[in-house]
Design a binder for this molecule. Structure first.
Ligand SMILES: Cc1cc2nc3c(=O)[nH]c(=O)nc-3n(C[C@H](O)[C@H](O)[C@H](O)COP(=O)(O)OP(=O)(O)OC[C@H]3O[C@@H](n4cnc5c(N)ncnc54)[C@H](O)[C@@H]3O)c2cc1C
Length: 404
């Protein structure tokens, strides 16, 4: 939609071919329905948040920055607000307002949108020595020709929104290399059975560390969630894109510090105070003030201390073990969940074969790429949509130039 708007503003005649009955199905579910549509950090921070091929993004981010995105939506009647972590949302908190703003502008500019139209094939022809875009064919045998085609078909995650990886298939047919696609920003599967017992438990303000043997691969602070298969929540979703490739080769250790605000000494003092208050109670009744109910039996099991032991007979060594479990609650990460739970798809059209300035294919004249179909991805925070906006803008500018 954004590419369509920019190309139409440049005087192009634009047709959007959309397989769904409406546009922006994925956009609708972004940011838990609030659409975190960009991030208000400075350019350097945006580039740091892009994990794959940040350099490829220099030019398009310069052409259409996060501030340009906010400016455009404001102009289109969808003002924004900035929240924690510089995340930008529509002031209304409704993703539908982002979609509505784009659709109104498409309509105003006369961009034609063909719904329920699935592109099946992309055809080219030779002009001299040069392979050029000619026609797309839909499943119901309609043909659409033009000077340029922008492939903005998304990735493979949440296929019900329409992103079923068709763009990778078209790009491959056109001679492009596709860097291995895999789920990104996705929950983890953990080995330990006790995860199931913790299902639904959400922890705020925990510190996590992910280790490959002795080597620390990732650390973060924030929120996490236990699920029936493992762990999820913002800190772990972000971690998945950093450690996912190593995890595909071997299991990794996750350590959760359940009390990151307390040093081991401070935690010991706190435990001693709690023990003092319930010295005649059993161990299993002494941790209520310190830990969420669901965690208590698991922590006790991991300490190896008899749950019925009287608190006043717990030894220093046993207390040390308790502190160690609370500061380093252990889990073994064995794999990532699948595309249906992945916020993004990593991998995609190899950017070496795409012009970073115009997003035009270096192999086929008149073919452009935008958004998640490209091998570019970022952590959470509005950066992935920024990648989609910037590349769509650059592609539209490039496609418009063909016409001139
Ligand atoms: C649950 C969830 C929450 C997210 N939240 C955020 C967030 O808050 N902030 C953020 O920055 N990112 C977020 N993302 C990621 C973000 O939504 C994507 O990176 C972004 O939508 C990619 O845009 P795109 O235009 O490349 O692809 P898409 O948004 O997937 O759009 C591709 C479009 O192409 C159409 N299409 C595909 N194939 C064909 C075909 N053969 N013929 C015709 N049409 C076709 C599809 O129907 C679809 O409409 C979230 C993703 C998910 C799944």
């Amino acid at each position: 939609m954004l590419a369509g708007i920019i190309a139409a503003r440049n005087g192009c005649e634009v047709t959007i071919l959309e397989k769904n009955e409406k546009c922006g199905k994925k956009l609708f579910i972004t940011g838990k329905g609030r659409c975190n549509f960009t991030n208000a950090s400075d350019r350097e921070e945006i580039l740091q948040a892009i994990l794959t091929n940040p350099k490829f993004m220099y030019s398009s981010l310069n052409q259409f920055s996060n501030y340009d995105v906010m400016g455009l939506f404001d102009e289109l009647g969808c003002p924004c607000k900035v929240e924690r972590g510089n995340r930008v949302f529509p002031s209304s908190d409704h993703s539908s307002d982002v979609i509505g703003a784009l659709l109104r502008e498409c309509k105003r500019l006369g961009v034609k949108i063909c719904y329920n139209t699935v592109v099946k094939e992309v055809h080219t022809h030779m002009v001299g020595e040069v392979q050029c875009f000619s026609t797309v064919v839909t499943t119901d045998h309609q043909k659409f020709s033009g000077d340029a085609l922008i492939l903005a078909t998304g990735g493979l995650s949440y296929a019900s929104t329409g992103s079923t990886g068709d763009g990778y298939h078209f790009a491959k047919e056109l001679g492009h290399h596709i860097v291995g696609t895999r789920p990104g920003l996705v929950p983890f599967v953990a080995k330990e059975e006790y995860c199931k017992k913790l299902m639904g438990l959400s922890l705020r303000n925990v510190a996590i560390r992910i280790l490959d043997g002795e080597k620390e691969l990732y650390s973060d602070f924030g929120e996490m969630l236990f699920t029936h298969f493992g762990v999820s929540g913002p800190t772990l979703i972000s971690a998945s894109s950093v450690v996912g490739d190593v995890l595909s080769k071997r299991p990794l250790k996750l350590f959760i510090d359940l009390k990151p605000a307390l040093s081991e000494e401070q935690l010991d003092e706190r435990i001693l105070r709690d023990f003092e208050e319930c010295k005649n109670k059993n161990f299993n009744n002494s941790l209520d003030g310190l830990l969420p109910q669901k965690l208590i039996p698991i922590v006790i099991m991991l300490t190896g201390i008899d749950e019925y032991k009287k608190v006043n007979s717990i030894t220093v060594k046993e207390r040390e073990k308790l502190i160690s479990v609370i500061k380093n609650f252990p889990l073994t990460l064995i794999s990532l969940r699948g595309y249906n739970e992945a916020i993004i798809t990593r991998g995609g059209v190899d950017v070496k074969e795409v012009s970073p300035k115009t997003m035009e294919s270096k192999l086929v004249k008149g073919i452009f790429f935008a958004g998640e179909v490209l091998d570019v991805d970022a952590v959470t925070g509005g950066y992935n949509l920024q990648i989609a906006w910037s590349t769509a803008y650059a592609a539209a500018m490039g496609a418009s130039a063909i016409k001139e």
